[in-house]
Design a protein around this ligand. Sequence first.
Ligand SMILES: Nc1ncnc2c1ncn2[C@@H]1O[C@H](COP(=O)(O)OP(=O)(O)OP(=O)(O)O)[C@@H](O)[C@H]1O
Ligand SMILES: [Mg+2]
Length: 254
Amino acid sequence: MTGRPLLSLKGVSKVFRNGGDVLEVLSGVSCDIMEGEQVCLLGRSGCGKSTLLRIVAGFLLPDAGHVEIGGERITAPGSDRCMVFQEDALFPWLTVRENVAFGARRKMPRGTLDSEVNRYLEKVGLASFGDYLPRQISGGMQQRVALARVLILRPRVLLMDEPFGALDALTRREMHKLFLSLMKETNGTSLFVTHDVEEAVTLADRILVMSRTPGRIRADIPVALCRPRDRFDGTFVRLCREVQDLLASEAVIA
Ligand SMILES: Nc1ncnc2c1ncn2[C@@H]1O[C@H](COP(=O)(O)OP(=O)(O)OP(=O)(O)O)[C@@H](O)[C@H]1O
Ligand SMILES: [Mg+2]
């Protein structure tokens, strides 16, 4: 980790207007994320997590404030930020290999592309599934393809919107190990949305807990546990409880 923030959110606010209704979704969200840092965003449903991620991705513009990556203001999507969703829509008619190659095919010559695709398939444990179609592999394998196809682009920041939320607990834990080893290997940086407190304490260097209506950062909690983390360890369990209590103290319906 270096000393200067890679990603800076500076007073980000967002209002949605539906007909006559005005919904203030985010209000003055500010934080810095360092290179190599894994930051988890936790908050009740509807508090604006996905909206915040879409603003960082450049899909949406804030009404006030702005986001900077490497000191440059974000005004549009860019290949320096890649998003992985809960159920990532792979192209169903393309093979696993073609899906991984799709975004990268214009960025590198054919020979390099082929070897890079093989390298990333290897990394996510799918070297022998390159010729399969998405419907022929499991949900966990599909999420590994989704990871490979963004990692091959070498984004500066990975934006993850509940990427493992649809997976069973065992597969999710395998994905955690894989994700952390890939992030370590590439000194990758992520902003990771989850509903799962245990997932946040497993993955994060810092946990940002959001309040709702409007969404604000309510707590910024460092997770100073060494890795690999043991979810039965006393400190781990205490931290989960602390974060859970913070979330529970938010009203379910504003
Ligand atoms: N394009 C839009 N137009 C109008 N309102 C929107 C739009 N996108 C999101 N919202 C509203 O903004 C609020 C926050 O939505 P968002 O999807 O960011 O929440 P979230 O924290 O990701 O929730 P969840 O945990 O359920 O995924 C919700 O009330 C939603 O209805
Ligand atoms: Mg969401």
